[in-house]
Write a protein that binds this ligand. Structure first.
Ligand code: SAH
Length: 379
């Protein structure tokens, strides 16, 4: 970022939370005449004390504060609603300046991890990927979020729940993070800054549907970890449930992952949504094991979470356990993602506004259903 052209909101104000620390330091020096220590204090006020407005940043002198308030903003989203599910999962509905509602989900740790929590953040309003099993897909892509709007989800969650230690952040909410690559890379750098929010890079995970060129750039530039939604073991099924596969098919995706310059002991997480009778057979488990052989990875199985209008079903628990056991028999590190918050529509794939009625002309059209392979029959 050139300090002379910082990221601006719709009214021409600078998004303070869209800048990494070096960027904020350079900008504050150039635009405000701030000394490095003053800029460091500003950074700490934003992310250590979670200051809510320029006026509130008493760490810097009144003059500088006034100059800051005239051209920049601290906030990026407003809290619209907070829903709490019976298991303690909280869905935060947050409003953007232009009136869109995005969602972040706070998932408290369970036994052994109590007192810690994971925040699942959104990276776009809607999504362009059109995965057939995901509710967000039905919105189409409305727009990318700025890095400030991504970071604000974490700041608001910490401010709303000061007693919950948010130790992990996952980019698994609404949107395809690697389609909004610049903002997501900046956001991961801001999250992991040790003088700010201070997340460990090992505890920040960005999940993608498999955009190969973006994976390569992300890996080179972001401190965070990568997760990839594999979700099928043949191109026929993956083409159907994840249209992105037509551009970046399975073999090419796995080859690209194998070629990543992984750090020692690093693992890429591979997610696999289990859809009854679509991708959950014993043959699928064997093919999945063969596909990932030799790749340093952790497999994360996600039993499908239903939403209104979805044609898929969650497999029976025995089927899920059998799938896991088959992968473990190949010595693959495999876990099942327990469903959290689903009665509040806060679980994976349940975020977003259901499709609008056809007369809502100002929304993008619901993306079309893909064609189901002829041999596949859904109950
Ligand atoms: N666009 C990114 C991140 C968003 S979704 C991606 O594709 O990875 C995070 C995870 O939830 C992905 O693995 C996705 O496949 C999964 N998912 C989406 N809809 C789901 C649903 N209805 N039930 C269970 N998992 C779902």
């Amino acid at each position: 970022m050139d300090p002379a052209s910082p990221p601006l909101d719709g009214t021409g104000k600078v998004w303070l939370k869209a800048m990494t620390r070096p960027q904020l330091l350079a900008w504050a020096a150039q635009a405000l005449g701030a000394r490095p220590t003053q800029a460091e204090n500003l950074w700490a006020a934003l992310y250590r004390r979670l200051a809510a407005a320029p006026d509130d940043i008493t760490e810097i002198d009144a003059d500088l504060r006034a100059r800051l308030g005239a051209c920049a903003r601290v906030d990026a989203l407003a809290v619209h609603a907070v829903h709490t599910a019976a298991d303690g999962t909280r869905k935060l509905a947050l409003r953007t300046d232009d009136g869109a509602i995005i969602e972040a989900v706070l998932i408290p740790g369970v036994v052994g991890d109590a007192g810690r929590a994971t925040l699942c953040v959104s990276s776009q309003v809607g999504c362009a990927m059109n995965c057939q099993f995901c509710l967000t897909a039905k919105m189409g892509l409305i727009r990318h979020l700025s890095a400030a709007e991504i970071i604000e989800q974490v700041v608001l969650a910490r401010r709303l729940f000061p007693d919950t230690w948010i130790s992990n952040v996952v980019f698994m909410g609404m949107g395809e993070p690697l389609h909004n690559l610049d903002a997501v890379i900046a956001a991961t750098k801001i999250l992991c800054d040790d003088r700010g929010l201070g997340l460990s890079a090992r505890r920040v995970t960005v999940s993608t549907s498999g955009l190969i060129p973006a994976i390569q750039r992300f890996f080179a530039e972001s401190p965070a970890r990568l997760a990839v939604s594999i979700n099928a073991t043949t191109d026929e099924i993956r083409d159907y449930i994840m249209p992105v596969n037509r551009k970046y098919p399975l073999e090419a995706l796995l080859a690209a992952l194998r070629a990543l310059p992984m750090r020692r002991r690093e693992r890429v997480t591979l997610e696999y949504v289990l859809l009854a009778d679509v991708n959950d057979t014993p043959a699928d488990a064997e093919r999945l094991a063969a596909l990932v052989a030799g790749l340093p990875c952790k497999l994360n199985l996600i039993p499908f979470n239903p939403h209104p209008g979805s044609e898929f079903r969650r497999p029976d628990p025995e089927r899920v356990l059998a799938f896991k056991a088959a992968l473990q028999a190949h010595h693959l590190n495999t876990s099942i993602r327990t469903t959290r918050g689903d009665e509040r529509m806060a679980a994976c794939g349940q975020l977003g506004t259901p499709p609008a009625p056809p007369d809502a002309a100002d929304r993008p059209r619901t993306p079309p259903r893909t064609r189901r392979p002829p041999g596949l029959v859904l109950a």
